[in-house]
Structure formats: C-alpha cells, structure tokens
Design a protein around this ligand. Structure first.
Ligand code: PAF
Length: 300
C-alpha cells in the first residue's frame, strides 16, 4: 500500500519487538493508543494526551475481527489508513502499528482472555463474546508494544472498566488512562460508526446526548432522583424519538458496573461513588452507545 506520509509504520510483531528492544534501558515513557482506525477528533484527543504525557507515542490501527459477532459490521467497518496516517503524523505520533489479521491471529489460535462479571451486562448482554475479543486483542497489543500507559476513550466506559480490571487481575505493569468523551458541537458523541447514519438518523441520534447531558446537569441540582426514576425517565424520553430503538438504558456503579437498587439515589447528595448512566440505541441499522458519569460531590 502506498502511504502519503513519512510516519514510521510497523506491520509485524517482529518489527514491534525490535522497537520495544531498542528502547530497553533508555527509561523512555511509551504510550499506546489502540484504535480500529477511521480516526476522528476523539482519537486525536487521546493522541494529544498521550503525546503530552509520554516520550514516545505508538498508535495501533487494527479492525479486530474477534470482537465482532456474526451479522455485525466487521466487513463494512469504515477504513481509511491514508487519512489515519496523515492524522497520526499531524498529532506527532512516533510509530503506527498496522498489522494484518493473519499477523495478529496466525492459525490456529486457541487462547482468549475473559474478564468475568463485568462483561455479561450492558453491551456484553447484546454482544456476547464482544469483550472477550476486546480483552484478547488489547492483551496482545500491550504485550507486543510494551507501553507504560495505554489510552482509551470513556465513550466505551464498560470497555475501560473491563480493561482496567484485566490489567489489575493479571498484574500487568501498564497504566490504563481513560479520556473524556468528545462530542460534536450539537452533542453527538464522536464515533467511527456515525458515518453510517443518514441525515434523519443523525438528527434523531441527538436524543441521546440531549437527555444524558440533562441528567448530568440535573444530578447536580437539588432534586432527589432514584435509579429507577432516572431509568424510566430516560427510557421514556428516548422512546419519544420515533427512529430510536432502545437496546438498553442502565444505571450502574462505576467502575464496578453493579446495577443500582431501584430506590438508590443518583443525585450528588445521595450517591456514594461514581455512577455510570449508559445507553445503547439503534437508529436504522446503526447501534450507538453514549453515557455520562455522575461523580460524587466531595463536601468540603
Ligand atoms: O475501542 C476500540 O476501538 C477497540 O475496542 C479497541 C480497544 C481498539 C480494541 O480493538
């Protein structure tokens, strides 16, 4: 493939291992930003944070087949490596790891990483096996690149919780750095999948951010809100949008992902830890996720 940029790209595990070996003993902080490509401003924000906090920034671009279920969009997932490399160069990325599927999964591969408990609910309920695919590929990428820190967007809040748990459970010496959701001016959370939306669907999808951001603002107001009221209100408001087909609307603890009891309060005064308000909703054939985290107010 022709590249339009001069950025360093690695395509094999061996090249990546040589890179890892070359930095041995040089006490350089290395960041990994794992992505599936088709990069947007959300990815750029991860790269910028990684750039600011580390000596070397490695971007991986790999559309990971094993995290897509049957009938999902693996084949049609948007890809544009030329544009991605240009963005990587603009953001000061040092290296791009761009492996082929055969490079990451030479047959036969029989080992997977599974984080139990955190992966059966929310997106895990509607996408069985999805998180096993994510943890397996992230585990492989962490081992191939050997970063000190790895950066993930908080839009996939469940993914952040699952990967953090994996790294803790397996005693891997890497810091998982969650980064805030980046939104369009009108509120839509950035996602590579937004490209699938028709004009009408994109307009309809604003129902998610509008309601979630309202919940976030409301939780800081004086009103007493229980988990069940919040769930019902959100469901009702999202259902008012005719193109929205709800997969889930959930209120859980974060990062433990424990469902909140119906009478548990989610306002600042009532909660005693962070709360994730997460939704997954289909617009046409496109399933979007979005969330807000309600953070406990520390009374001083
Ligand atoms: O969030 C993503 O883009 C993917 O799930 C990840 C972390 C790159 C693993 O394939």
């Amino acid at each position: 493939m022709m590249t339009l940029t001069t950025i360093n790209t690695l395509r094999t595990k061996l090249e990546a291992a040589r890179f890892a070996a070359a930095r041995e003993g040089r006490s350089l902080k290395v960041a990994l930003v794992p992505t599936m490509g088709y990069l947007h401003e959300g990815h750029a924000s991860l790269l910028r944070k990684a750039r600011a906090e580390n000596d070397l920034v490695v971007l991986s671009i790999f559309v990971n087949p094993i995290q897509f279920g049957p009938g999902e969009d693996f084949e049609r997932y948007p890809r544009n490596p030329e544009q991605d490399l240009a963005l990587a160069e603009k953001e000061g990325v040092d290296l791009v790891f761009l492996p082929e599927v055969e490079e990451m999964y030479p047959a036969p591969t029989r080992t997977q990483i599974k984080v139990s408990g955190l992966t059966e609910l929310l997106c895990g309920a509607s996408r069985p096996g999805h998180f096993d695919g994510v943890t397996t590929v992230v585990g492989k990428l962490l081992h191939i690149v050997g970063p000190d820190r790895a950066y993930f967007g908080q839009k996939d809040a469940q993914q952040v919780a699952v990967i953090t748990q994996m790294v803790q459970d397996l005693n891997w010496n890497v810091e998982i750095v969650p980064c805030p959701i980046v939104r369009e001016q009108d509120g839509l959370a950035l996602s590579s999948r937004n490209v699938y939306l028709s004009t009408e669907e994109r307009q309809a999808a604003l129902v998610l951010s509008r309601n979630l951001l309202e919940v976030q603002a409301g939780s800081q107001a004086e009103e007493v809100l229980t988990a069940s009221t919040l769930r019902e209100q959100l469901r009702k408001n999202i259902s008012l949008e005719p193109l929205a087909v709800i997969d889930y609307v959930e209120v859980v603890s974060f990062p433990g992902l424990e469902p909140l009891g119906p009478e548990e309060r989610v306002d600042d005064q009532g909660q005693d830890g962070d709360i994730l308000v997460a939704v997954a909703v289909k617009f046409g054939s496109t399933r979007l996720i979005d969330n807000v985290i309600l953070t406990k107010k520390v009374n001083v």
